[in-house]
Design a protein around this ligand. Structure first.
Ligand SMILES: Cc1cc2nc3c(=O)[nH]c(=O)nc-3n(C[C@H](O)[C@H](O)[C@H](O)COP(=O)(O)OP(=O)(O)OC[C@H]3O[C@@H](n4cnc5c(N)ncnc54)[C@H](O)[C@@H]3O)c2cc1C
Length: 517
């Protein structure tokens, strides 16, 4: 008997799963997830990702059981696992979703492709986002994004139960997920992180569409309101517990149901759909140019920061001891929850890249481990954009003292995450290191002991960084590559986020994308 293997990757659901749907409609199917030890030793991997994965796999396992199937979880390097199965229980095809992952998954996919060709096994890959493989140019990209998301969501075919088959018992590979120790993972797991599984994702989607989207417009920039105003769907999209398309559909349906008077919520949902569009827009950059994970998008910036790594600055940042309360509070919250809103992420990277003058690669690996929703395509594109190495976007430099005044004027956020700040009087909230000795004595907070002094002089260090970046930026030899990058990666977005009309190709957009208010 010949059969196909559905290889689950970052698509941990049964609903709207084109690979599963196609495989089941063609014949017998074996469902497989492979825990790949080499991926868990990468610099971007963290235990919180592994725990979220296991939680999602458990739910997927149960869901498949209810539908008459079984999820087989094996451990090993993918090509070896497939070869091992093939030797004991030959199959004719693999079905999976396309993955725009890190370099390790890219190389692994290439190796598997070679193996499939030598064994004459067909490997069918399907798009799960509005990301286009082998994209020739960006001009009709928006129309393709719309086309992907306009398709109906696919249920599991009715006759699936008879199609699922089991793995032969002759196979000797371990069938339980490995322990943290076996994967050599640091055991730290943020105590307040979100938990995996489709049900948790659906609950969040429902509460967002029903109530929380009302706060989306105006609520997503402040770290105080953002945890409830934002959808919080990012890890469920990153691990594929929800399909992007089902989120787009549910949002469009909600928009259609809302009365004209619900203007604020409608605007919020429109803005939310824009973010779902940006989700794929950013992933497309890594899909089209995988090297941006490890080298500057604009090669003219090579050598700008690489040779000047300052370990003391990096240590201050990761240990929440930069001295700027909003920065340290964000790092503390991130460590506790695995999540931060867009503006605070952008601010952290900006502080790292400008006043602390740190190269984006090591900062990016650290943040990839901190973000539960780590999605390589969004992450590395954003890391480069916020560090000023794309060449095309006008660099945006966030001042953490101004950001604190704008988004946490009463200090509720910094006092929540930095308990020592509860004793600091309001007057000194933004620059506590300037407290005169008598104020320090009165509130029992000693600068240099209880509160760190800023790791650098913010104004001076930012000015120096700006000069270095802009001096390079304006040099004539930098311009030709800017145009090439713009042509390759620039958005041609024109119409409203909810429009289903194919877009008219436009000139690429060169300014920093406004993703926040
Ligand atoms: C340096 C940096 C690194 C980032 N790394 C990641 C990452 O690894 N994974 C990730 O999902 N997002 C990343 N983002 C984008 C953004 O911060 C998060 O998507 C967002 O905070 C997730 O919360 P949410 O789901 O509640 O967002 P919502 O505001 O509810 O947005 C809904 C969805 O839209 C997408 N989205 C939102 N904002 C953006 C954006 N600016 N660019 C692209 N897609 C977006 C996400 O899939 C998100 O889940 C990064 C941003 C920066 C500045």
């Amino acid at each position: 008997m010949t059969y196909g293997i559905v290889w689950f990757k970052r698509d941990l659901r049964l609903h709207d799963h084109l690979a599963l749907y196609t495989a089941v409609s063609r014949g017998p199917v074996l469902c497989l997830y492979v825990v790949e030890p080499s991926l868990w030793t990468q610099a971007d991997a963290a235990n919180q990702h592994y725990q979220f994965l296991l939680e999602s796999l458990r739910e997927l396992y149960t869901a498949l059981r209810k539908n008459g199937g079984q999820l087989h979880i094996l451990t090993g390097e993918v090509t070896e696992v497939f070869a091992h199965i093939f030797a004991h229980q030959p199959f004719s095809a693999i079905y999976s979703h396309e993955e725009t992952g890190n370099d390790a998954t890219y190389q692994r996919d290439k190796a598997l492709g070679r193996w499939c060709r030598t064994q004459q096994i067909e490997w069918h890959e399907f798009a799960q986002f509005g990301v286009v493989r082998r994209l020739q140019n960006r001009d009709d990209w928006q129309a393709r994004w719309n086309a992907h998301n306009d398709l109906p969501c696919l249920p599991l075919p009715k006759s699936s139960a008879e199609k699922f088959i089991q793995l032969t018992t002759a196979l000797t590979l371990p069938r339980l997920p490995p322990s943290l120790q076996e994967l050599h993972l640091d055991p730290y797991d943020p105590p307040e992180r979100q938990h995996g599984g489709r049900q948790n994702g659906l609950i969040l989607l429902d509460s967002f569409l029903r109530e929380r989207s009302y706060q989306y417009r105006g609520g997503i920039s402040s770290p105080l309101s953002a945890p409830t105003a934002c959808s919080r769907l990012s890890p469920y999209l990153a691990f594929g517990c929800l399909s992007l398309r089902e989120v787009v559909h549910a949002t469009r349906q909600k928009l259609a149901e809302l009365p004209a008077t619900a203007d604020r919520q409608k605007k919020g949902l429109d803005a939310f759909i824009s973010r779902l569009y940006w989700h794929c827009h950013f992933i497309q950059k890594l899909e089209s140019e995988p090297e941006i994970e490890y080298r500057n998008m604009h090669r003219g910036y090579d050598g700008l920061r690489e040779q000047e790594w300052n370990q003391a600055h990096f240590d201050a940042l990761v240990s929440a001891r930069t001295g700027w309360p909003l920065v340290d509070a964000c790092v503390t919250m991130l460590r506790q929850t695995g999540w931060l809103n867009f503006r605070m992420r952008a601010m952290l990277v900006s502080v790292a890249a400008y006043p602390l003058w740190l190269d984006w690669r090591r900062v990016g690996h650290w943040l990839a481990r901190q973000f539960l929703d780590y999605e390589p395509g969004i992450h590395w594109s954003q890391m480069q954009m916020q560090s000023g190495t794309t060449g095309t976007n006008v660099p945006r430099i966030y001042n953490p003292i101004k950001q604190a005044g704008d988004h946490d004027p009463h200090g509720h956020f910094v006092r929540r995450w930095l308990p020592v700040m509860r004793r600091v009087p309001d007057t000194w909230l933004f620059e506590p290191w300037r407290m005169p000795p008598e104020v320090q004595a009165a509130c029992s907070v000693k600068v240099g002991v209880d509160i760190t002094e800023p790791v650098v002089d913010l104004e001076l260090a930012t000015r120096v960084a700006k000069t270095r970046l802009f001096d390079l930026r304006k040099q004539a030899h930098m311009q030709p590559e800017n145009l090439i990058i713009l042509e390759k990666h620039g958005s041609r977005r024109k119409s409203s986020s909810t429009s289903r009309q194919p877009s008219v190709p436009e000139k690429p957009v060169s300014t920093q994308l406004e993703l926040d208010w």
